[in-house]
Design a protein around this ligand. Sequence first.
Ligand code: ARG
Length: 547
Amino acid sequence: MSSLPSLLSQRVQAVAGADPELRPATKPQFGHFQSNVALRLAKQEGAKPRDVAQRIVDALDLDDLCETPEIAGPGFINFRLRSDVLARTVSDQLADPKAGIAQTTEPKRIVIDYSSPNVAKQMHVGHLRSTIIGDCFRRVLSAQGHTVIAQNHIGDWGRQFGMLIEQINDEKLDLDTLDLPGAEALYRRANAHLNEDEAFAERARERVVKLQSGDPETKAQWQQLISISLAGFNRTYRRMNVLLSDKDVAGESTYNDMLAAVADDLESRGIAVHDSGALVVFVDGFDAPAIIRNSAGGYGYDATDLAAIRHRIDDLDADRIVYVTDARQANHFKLVFSIARRAGYLPDDVQVQHVGFGMVLGPGGTPIKTRDGGTVTLESLLDEAEEHASPQIALAAIKYADLSNSLQKDYVFDAERMTQTTGDTGPYLQYAHSRCAGILREAAARSLVSSDATTITVLDEPAEQELALWLTRFGEMVQVVADELTPHKLCTYLFELATKFSAFYEKCPVLKSDGDVRSSRLALVAATKQVLATGLDLLGIIAPDRM
Ligand code: ARG
């Protein structure tokens, strides 16, 4: 579905033979859009701009969309949408349960690899960002009708399990009493132990071998560490109101049985080579090769990701794969993607992308740390934001702060600023939504809502026209965000919507007006509420009716 502005743009382009580059008009008396296409064409043709403008206007047939276009100044063309067309478009959108989000004509199977914390460690700020961003992608792409397959690639395999299990045994720890923070404390004790006790380190290495060879008791302990961790992750996911569940978990260990085959395949086809005892793949332009199997015979992060790609293509039937991690992993993914393409694991027509994001900074503008220099847990950030606002508002604050800058940028975690209900914040958008709800509530309580308060009929005031026009652009905005994976554009759109709504509400009395004007304005409030609610939902933010 094309929005009115893009429909208009296409029509003008067809006649002018060039992109009209429609800009919003600077003043209401200039209509809604202005184009300088005549000035550009006139320059090329050596003609008079106003003549070219006249020629274009004469050839245009826009009666179903616009008033007669006007030529202004040196040769600008001004367009004013017909207010009845605008009114009808917004009314139709209000009647659409999807608020104008178009369903894709080519539904795809899209894997989104996100959150992906590590067993026996609490989620830290990096996982906060991955979880929020990945969840937003999931919501946006699902809303368009794609099948999203979330993959929570948790770190549930590796050498650390050797020391963890040895430490458990040394301490005769009852795993039934352990929770995730307890597991993390155990991790630190095990690590310290490993560094100071060579005999312990040796036992830890032997324990890894036992785990790999499937020793039942060791495996049960490993499995229990995973369960403890998942319980902790799930608690955080529920607190964060994200869509992740156990169904989405596909940890690194999922791919264990595929790793030898990947290594053999790459080796037999000459893609992987032996290098100081390890099996590696060199890729042009990279400082270091990918390590498929280390000299001790172990498989690591690179090999696992190659196996995961095979699984996602062959078994999950993915048409597109999106990875959400911090930007520092960019190199790892480039390397893996390039090898997967070369090996034919990743067909040319499958789009694969790593969406890297920047760091969360503390008040000093340096990466956020605890007082004693440790990594900050996600839970503690939520706690901090909740010191300033209710849980629902605190969460909106965090998610919006995370999504409203372009993802690659670092941002400062300033709980006080981001929980504010004024300015470019999540709570401000929630507040705008609750204001809409309040107006409609009041109208209902006073029985002011007639049966047709779902139809916009009158759009005479510039402020209401501007609001209506902005509302009609929602579907197109969601399309852009889905194509580019740029949630900040949706944030900007919604912030602008809330601002235009405020201007409208200031200038155009709603409850104090009468008759058609009142019911039309109430419908416009309802349409604003609908787009705010739908848009906030795509960001993973709850839209409250009262605040
Ligand atoms: N567990 C990793 C980390 O905490 C992120 C995994 C991302 N996904 C992947 N397929 N490599 O950094």
